[in-house]
Design a protein around this ligand. Structure first.
Ligand SMILES: Nc1nc2c([nH]c(=O)n2[C@H]2C[C@H](O)[C@@H](COP(=O)(O)OP(=O)(O)OP(=O)(O)O)O2)c(=O)[nH]1
Length: 149
């Protein structure tokens, strides 16, 4: 059976935008955009892996939040289990150490770049959860201002 590789990835959010980085030439999936992160090393939790990768790849220190979703994807030569965690707290200046481009995208701009295929269901799920959160907070405020007559 094909080995499945565990990969942790970060949905880094700032001012309602999320961070994407492009895989550089020479790598598997070169030219496609991804969430920063990487393979779990032996004995590492996904959170430890992500904190390490974000510092190694982007020069930022981050507090890893909750698991948003995971997706098993078979690329043929390898299969990965991609786990996406939300990151809302981080510090440091982003530096591209392992990627060749970066961008910040609003949720409605996510489909303007070409993502690694394994990421798409995770981003859809994140969008769904974020829209649900916005919806529930706006229905609360509507309740508050509702008037009779
Ligand atoms: N980091 C990251 N990897 C992703 C994402 N989506 C996706 O399919 N992958 C794939 C690409 C790689 O095959 C694997 C992650 O490994 P990595 O980033 O540590 O890989 P790499 O190609 O630099 O590793 P290496 O084999 O050259 O050491 O997961 C994603 O959003 N983030």
């Amino acid at each position: 059976m094909k080995k499945q590789i565990d990969v942790a990835a970060a949905i880094i959010c700032k001012e309602n935008k999320i961070f994407a980085a492009r895989r550089r030439v020479g790598k598997h999936l070169a030219g496609l955009w991804e969430l920063p992160g990487g393979k779990l090393e032996e004995g590492e939790t996904p959170e430890q892996c992500l904190a390490r990768e974000l510092e190694e790849e982007l020069n930022i220190k981050a507090r890893i939040g909750s698991l948003i979703s995971e997706n098993i994807f078979d690329y043929g030569a390898k299969a990965i289990r991609l786990m996406a965690y939300e990151v809302k707290c981080f510090s440091g200046d982003f530096r591209l150490i392992d990627h060749d481009a970066m961008c910040w995208l609003a949720l409605n701009e996510l489909n303007t770049i070409e993502w690694a295929p394994a990421d798409i269901p995770l981003l859809d799920r994140y969008k769904e959860l974020t829209e649900m959160a916005v919806c529930s907070s706006s229905s609360k405020s509507n309740g508050y201002i509702q008037e009779n007559g």
